[in-house]
Design a protein around this ligand. Structure first.
Ligand code: AMP
Length: 429
């Protein structure tokens, strides 16, 4: 089977690494990929994964490439190509592709769509308003009291969510998004949510349009600095399982969130085949959804896939075919921890061309995998090329052992300006 994987981050490296273990896979391309992805070999025939220089948003060239190479399955990692309709385009040309259609990807590409959907189908979420007028938005924010969260409707490179600690901050945020239009058209409408307190976790569910299979819980670390200080980032590390829900509470949360979600999808004619990733706050009144994503989390994927015992090609195949009902997900008893190493100025700026040392030493440890996120090859050297550079992942019998192993590997790796959090998974202890 010939695979094409789209994307270039740590999530896509983890996907390629896991897919490459499948005996079904004879050839794999990744567009555009990174230096770590280009070093992966297929279990079946030891051939290298081939990176091709086509961006994840260049739909016409991705289509032409998949047609030319006769890819049997295309796997989409990031949200942008999904929101642009890559799945619809490939389906139109009778190519098999894994991921939600443009309509289904609206759960991520429009916060207004998601909020209204959650309210219509009784999915537990924050009290919220969806508004397209700045005056009305200011009034609604004031009605929520001092604290609230202002969210631009559309995709805004992960920056369109503004947490406001006072009424004055809320007015400023509404001004930024709706009047100054800092996020362009993405801010023409906003969702304003009450501020929820609690422990935040990530859920993931593999879906085939009719059914879903819930993953164990995981937890991301969004802020740049230890103790959840500093700027919001794409994610500085993750671990799984997150111990704040036992098995029974996890399946109850799944039923409260995903059962009405699936009923809503049926009622609205949304055929969601892919991964739905709800960001959830565990409040004193139960779990509440903050937002939906329509793809795998990054870095959650890096901690899930080392624990997954199923063949990922078979799972994606079942998700595309609508046969997930016959499949059981199998997870190893191991716990896993991923520590993201970023360039020094992340998330303000990215790092380019700095040589990375110590990757071979880190790779010597058992049950450790260094997933590349922002790396490139310069001659025969691996250099930095992005904001988040590496996701150093370890798995072991429990979270404490996995955390120690991940940081032992991190300490072997050096590049100029390297920055990482020292407290990934600390909340679990
Ligand atoms: P989102 O992209 O909607 O998940 O928002 C980004 C981050 O903002 C989340 O991961 C939360 O940490 C925080 N956040 C979003 N909505 C709320 C809310 N209603 N209450 C508290 N924190 C929130």
């Amino acid at each position: 089977m010939k695979l094409l994987v789209i994307g270039s981050g740590g999530r896509e490296h983890a996907l390629v690494w896991k897919l490459a273990q499948s005996p079904h896979v004879t050839r794999t391309w990744c567009a555009p990929g990174n230096a770590g992805i280009a070093g992966e070999r297929l279990a079946k025939n030891q051939s290298l994964v081939e990176c091709v220089n086509i961006s994840a948003e260049d739909l016409p060239n991705l289509l032409a490439f998949a047609q030319e190479k006769q890819a049997d399955l295309t796997v989409v990692g990031p949200d942008n190509p999904l929101a642009l309709g890559i799945v619809d385009l490939f389906q139109k040309h009778r190519l098999r592709i894994w991921g939600p259609t443009r309509k289904a990807a609206q759960f991520e590409s429009s916060k207004v769509f998601s909020q209204q959907f959650m309210e219509k189908y009784g999915i537990p979420t924050a009290r919220a308003g969806t508004l397209d007028d700045a005056d009305a938005a200011r009034k609604f924010a004031a009605s929520l009291g001092e604290r609230c969260v202002v969210k631009a409707d559309g995709l805004a490179l992960g920056k369109g969510v503004l947490i406001c600690a006072s009424a004055a901050e809320a007015r400023k945020a509404i001004d930024e998004v709706m009047v100054k239009k800092t996020f362009g058209a993405a801010g023409a409408r906003v969702v304003i949510q009450e501020f929820l307190e609690g422990m935040e976790i990530s859920l993931h569910a593999l879906c085939d349009g009719k059914t879903y299979k819930l993953f164990p819980a995981s937890q991301d670390h969004k802020r740049a600095l230890d103790n959840d200080q500093g700027l919001n980032t794409g994610g500085m590390g993750a671990y799984s399982p997150a111990p704040f829900l036992n098995d029974e509470q996890l399946s109850k949360a799944g039923r409260q969130i995903l059962d009405p979600w699936l009923r809503g999808c049926e009622a609205e004619g949304i055929d969601f085949r892919g991964v739905l990733y709800p960001g959830v706050m565990l409040t004193k009144d139960g779990p509440k959804v903050l937002e939906f994503n329509a793809r795998f989390g990054d870095p959650e994927t890096q901690v899930y896939l080392p624990r997954l015992e199923n063949d990922l090609v078979e799972l994606f195949d079942a998700s595309v075919s609508g046969t997930l009902g016959t499949v059981e997900l199998q997870w190893s008893a191991a716990a896993s921890v991923c520590v993201v190493m970023a360039g020094g100025d992340y998330p303000r700026a990215s790092s380019k061309g700095k040589p990375i040392n110590g990757l071979e030493e880190a790779a010597q440890f058992p049950n450790v995998k260094v997933f590349h996120a922002g790396t490139a090859l310069a001659g025969d050297r691996i250099v930095t090329n992005g904001g988040r550079i590496l996701g150093v992942t370890a798995w072991a019998k429990d979270l404490r052992a996995a955390q120690t192993a991940a940081y032992t590997a991190v300490d072997k790796i050096h590049f100029e300006g390297a920055h990482f959090r020292r407290d990934i998974a600390a909340k679990a202890h």
